[in-house]
Structures are given as C-alpha cells and as structure tokens.
Design a protein around this ligand. Structure first.
Ligand SMILES: N[C@@H](CCC(=O)N[C@@H](CS)C(=O)NCC(=O)O)C(=O)O
Length: 312
C-alpha cells in the first residue's frame, strides 16, 4: 500500500514506465525534490492510485500537497507553471515564445506514437507487425527531421520535447530486434541525439538499461500469453483488436467491440499464469468454455480478465 503524504510532491510511478520517466527527468532537470511511490500495476492497484486517477487509473500521477495531477505531459506543463524559476536549476522546459511552445507540445504528444507502435511490434505478428514496423519507421523519420541538425529538439538546450522522447530510447533496441531494422541506419540524427541524451545526468538517473526493458517486454509477453505453444492469442494477430484495454498492464473485466473481426471470439485469460485458458469462436465455443466464463462471473473471480470481441 502506497504511503499517503499531503505535503510536497509525490510521484506515483512504475519503474519502467516511459511516461513516469518523463516526470522523473523533468523533476531532475529542474532540481525539484519529491517522494517516489512505486505502484503495483500488474496486480491490484493501490487505493491511492485509484482515488488519484479515477478516470484512467494509470501512472504517472503527481500529488502536489495531496492534489493529483494526471497524464505525463500535463504534469510536465504543470511543473513549468507551478514552479517557475524554482528548484536548484530554475530551468523551464517550454520555450518562451508562444508559437514555439505550441510546436513543442505538438511534438511531445506526437512522440507517444513511438510507444504505441513499438508495443504493436512486439505484440503482433505477420502482416500486422509489418504494418506497425512501417508506421514506427515513419514516426521516427518525422522526429528525425524535426530534430534536423540541432543538438536537441529544444535547440541548444535540452527541453520539453527532449524530456518527452528520451524515455523511449532504452526501448529502441527491442523495437529494432522485433522490427528487424537499425535506428542508426534509418534515423542517424535521432540515434546521435539518443546518445547525447543518455549522457545527461537527469536522463541516466531516470532510465533503465535496454536489457532491463527487454526483460520486461519478455515478461509482459508471458503475462499476455503471447508466443506460447498454446497457440496464437487473437490480440497478437489482429491489429484492430489492440485497443486501449490491451495497452494497459492489468485489468479486471474488459468488454470490447472490434469491427474487423470475422467472427465472434471469446477469450478468457488469467493474468496469474499469464495464459489464455479458453479461447475460441463464440459460435463454436464449447459448453465447457461458456460454463467456465459463467462460473467466473457468478463466483466473481476478480483476478481474471476476458474480452468478448464481436463482429459488428
Ligand atoms: N497517456 C498517459 C499514459 C500513461 C500509461 O500508459 N501508464 C501505464 C504505465 S506505462 C499504466 O499506468 N498502465 C496501467 C493500466 O493501464 O492499468 C500518460 O502520458 O501519462
């Protein structure tokens, strides 16, 4: 259970989260002290997290004197506004010019696509993975051309966009492996920028080495039952079935509608073993599968998630 604190800054976070790392880097850049509260995301979430972010139920959340601020980029903006010229560096992440600020906010929000497409890369297979790879390479190319010949997105200074994009750097080697491409060859300016960022104290102190990130991806794949000998998880083969529910790390009961499926599919999975225990076409689902699902509903199995995907 996370400890509650009503004064100062507390960051509700998860060690490998690039969104949480954005906040850690920003706080380090500014030299603002805070308490760190590691949250459980793969099991039951803390009451504090659920109360602090009742809409998304996600980290990061920054508690400022007990009041929650949610969403990483909102937190970055908040830090600039709530602590101008404060902290040991007195540094502002956003530029002074309103147009340059708008541009920085655009590129920071756009960079979320790196994580979204990278996740598709390791979750999907075949044609869907190839599509994710092509889209990811395009996003990286767009970031590369926005960076241009500057040392940082913020120009000479490491700024808002740099803070937003830097946490994706340790994920790139895994994306390269799953996507069979080279960041260095595809986007050399971005690769050089990544090395510059890694050399910064605020970044180095907030991120984990690529090997740790890769281990985490492997653990998540097991958690989702991806790549197991039990057969393909429909979520790994159909891109349209990757919805917001799949991007989160844990969940209770999930019900989704996906237009592109050819048939209704029943998936019943247990995050405990990370395995799909029942999977099949609803039209052809066995009585055992249906009874298992009904049983879970009746006895109120909470540590179990299932999705009902229906052709519209
Ligand atoms: N758009 C959000 C994304 C935050 C996010 O996806 N957080 C993940 C961890 S990386 C999370 O809390 N997942 C838990 C869940 O979805 O249940 C932001 O920028 O803060």
């Amino acid at each position: 259970m996370a400890e509650e604190k009503n004064e100062g800054l507390v960051l509700l976070d998860f060690w490998v989260s690039p969104f949480g790392q954005r906040c850690r880097i920003a706080l380090a850049e500014k030299g603002i002290p805070y308490d760190y509260s590691e949250q459980e995301l793969l099991g039951a979430k803390s009451d504090l997290l659920l109360r602090s972010n009742p809409i998304h139920k996600k980290i990061p959340v920054l508690l400022h004197d007990g009041r929650p601020v949610c969403e990483s980029l909102v937190i970055l903006n908040y830090l600039d506004e709530a602590f101008p010229n404060q902290g040991s560096s007195g540094k502002l992440l956003l530029p002074a010019d309103p147009y340059a600020r708008a541009q920085a906010r655009f590129w920071a929000a756009y960079s979320d696509k790196v994580y979204e497409l990278g996740t598709r890369l390791w979750k999907l297979k075949g044609e869907a993975r190839a599509q994710a790879r092509a889209e990811l390479l395009q996003v990286l190319a767009n970031l590369d051309s926005e960076l241009g010949g500057k040392p940082f997105f913020g120009g000479e200074e490491f700024g808002f966009v740099d803070v937003a994009v830097a946490p994706f750097v340790p994920w790139l080697p895994s994306y390269e492996r799953y996507g069979e491409f080279s960041v260095e060859a595809a986007v050399p300016r971005l690769a050089a920028w990544a090395r510059r960022c890694e050399g910064r104290e605020s970044v180095a102190g907030s991120l984990h080495p690529p090997g740790k990130v890769d281990e985490f991806i492997t653990m998540l794949k097991k958690h989702y039952g991806i790549g197991s000998s039990r057969g393909a998880d429909p979520r790994t083969t159909d891109p349209s079935s990757i919805g917001s529910a799949d991007r989160c790390c844990c969940g209770w009961v999930r019900l989704r509608r996906v237009a592109a499926m050819r048939a209704a599919v029943l998936v019943l999975s247990s995050p405990v073993g990370g395995s799909t225990v029942a999977c099949g076409c609803l039209m052809r689902a066995t009585w055992l599968q249906i009874k298992l699902l009904l049983h879970c509903l009746v006895v109120g199995v909470t540590n179990c998630s299932y999705g009902l995907v229906v052709r519209l």
